[in-house]
Design a protein around this ligand. Structure first.
Ligand SMILES: [Mg+2]
Length: 405
């Protein structure tokens, strides 16, 4: 794909309903919905069997039952869907770190930098579908395109169990024929307004005049015309960057020696903890990300309480996570290391845990925790004034052991 951007949109097919069928095969083939049966219950997910009756998600359950009297309804099990979702997202992570989750079962993946490694968009799409199926027994639909908008349209074209690649050169023709309601943000009401103007397809929409569009879209008129041509320059904003504070490093030369790995993990934990305090946050979960020389990426996490912003504590956990991985594969070379801090909360919440934290520090680290509590703000202050490289903890400095060749 030209302009060197390639985005995938991956969307599980009838996700909640498919998980229920997978866990209870006697539901297979039935007109199944997942949702609340109470008076105000709403359909959370609809199987493909029940969609034939005109039942769809977000529909009131009473309406769904009217349309399909033999409908079978099960209550949602969110904890189970989250479990399966984690398996799905861990497949994504095998192909790119640039993942923007939209919900438990849907994500954009920027695979522009992955094409050299893993092959064409079609190959990557096939691999993702295959690995999701192996991990969960469920089907996903994948769309690929030069941007998010096109990728999302593509994933919907061959659903369920679809795989559709839209090349740059095909975008114009496909969008010309696309009904306007297929564009995100154009609902029934807007579509009806447009139809009254003789605008039914994105092709019509892209050629509409300001005079026609301003009353409907106001100052977004020209933006909507660009959308109607399949143009979209929004970036994939990865969850890794957004919902966590992290530091990671790709090494020029793969690392192998324990001392070199230790030095890097200490430096990364220090950087991540410093960012955490800069944002006035505390963490309950330290994750270490490891990419080996053969491009396998894995993560190791440790969740704990009370929350902390303490560099020493975060560093110890990160080191321990790295060592426990290392113990299993002592020969693997490391291409990338990362430390991310998740389950974040405002530092003000620390007061809630203050007495417990001080008590545990007295028992476990009588001097260490107190000393680092004074040192951390000092280092942060120096970094704030002179830049991140201005000071380094002694433990992050190389020892006399020579670095990896
Ligand atoms: Mg879905």
């Amino acid at each position: 794909m030209s302009r060197s951007r390639c985005i995938l949109h991956v969307d599980m097919d009838a996700f909640y309903a498919s998980v229920e069928v997978r866990d209870n095969p006697s539901l297979a083939g039935l007109p199944l919905v997942v949702g609340g049966m109470g008076g105000r219950g709403v359909v959370a997910a609809a199987s493909y069997e029940v969609r034939r009756f005109g039942v769809h998600s977000a529909m009131p359950m009473s309406e769904a039952k009217r349309r399909c009297p033999q409908l079978v309804c099960v209550a949602p099990r969110m904890a189970r869907y989250r479990q399966v979702s984690e398996l799905v997202f861990s497949v994504f992570e095998q192909f790119t770190p640039q993942i923007e989750g939209l919900s438990l079962d849907e994500a954009y993946l920027d695979i522009s930098a992955s094409l050299n490694l893993f092959g064409s968009p079609r190959t990557i799409g096939e691999q993702i579908k295959k690995r999701i199926y192996e991990a969960t027994g469920l089907c996903a639909s994948v769309g690929a395109g030069p941007n998010k908008l096109v990728a999302k349209i593509a994933s919907d074209m061959d659903k369920p169990n679809g795989l559709r690649i839209i090349e740059d050169s095909q975008v114009a023709a496909i969008f010309r024929a696309l009904p306007v309601y297929r564009l995100h943000g154009i609902g029934k009401k807007t579509a009806a307004q447009l139809e009254a103007l003789g605008i039914a397809t994105c092709g019509d929409l892209s050629q509409a005049t300001d005079a026609q569009l301003k009353p409907v879209f106001g100052r977004y008129a020209s933006a909507i015309r660009a959308r109607a041509r399949g143009q979209d320059d929004r970036a994939v904003v990865s969850d890794w960057e957004e919902k966590q504070v992290s530091a990671e490093e790709t090494f020029a030369v793969d690392l192998h020696r324990p001392e070199a790995l230790r030095r890097e993990i200490v430096g990364l934990a220090d950087r991540a903890a410093s960012r955490l305090r800069h944002k006035a946050l505390v963490t309950c979960c330290v994750t270490v990300k490891i990419r080996t020389a053969d491009f396998q990426t894995l993560t190791r996490s440790h969740t704990f309480a009370p929350p902390t912003d303490d560099t020493r504590q975060i560093t110890q956990i990160a080191q321990h996570l790295l060592q426990s991985w290392r113990a299993l594969v002592p020969d693997d070379k490391v291409r990338l290391l990362g430390v991310s801090l998740r389950d974040l909360a405002p530092a003000t919440q620390l007061d809630l845990f203050a007495s417990a934290a001080i008590e545990s520090s007295v028992h476990t680290q009588p001097n260490g925790q107190q000393a680092t509590k004074r040192l951390d703000p000092l280092l942060d202050g120096i970094r704030g004034r002179f830049g991140a490289g201005a000071v380094t903890r002694a433990s992050a400095l190389p020892t006399k052991t020579p670095p990896d060749p």
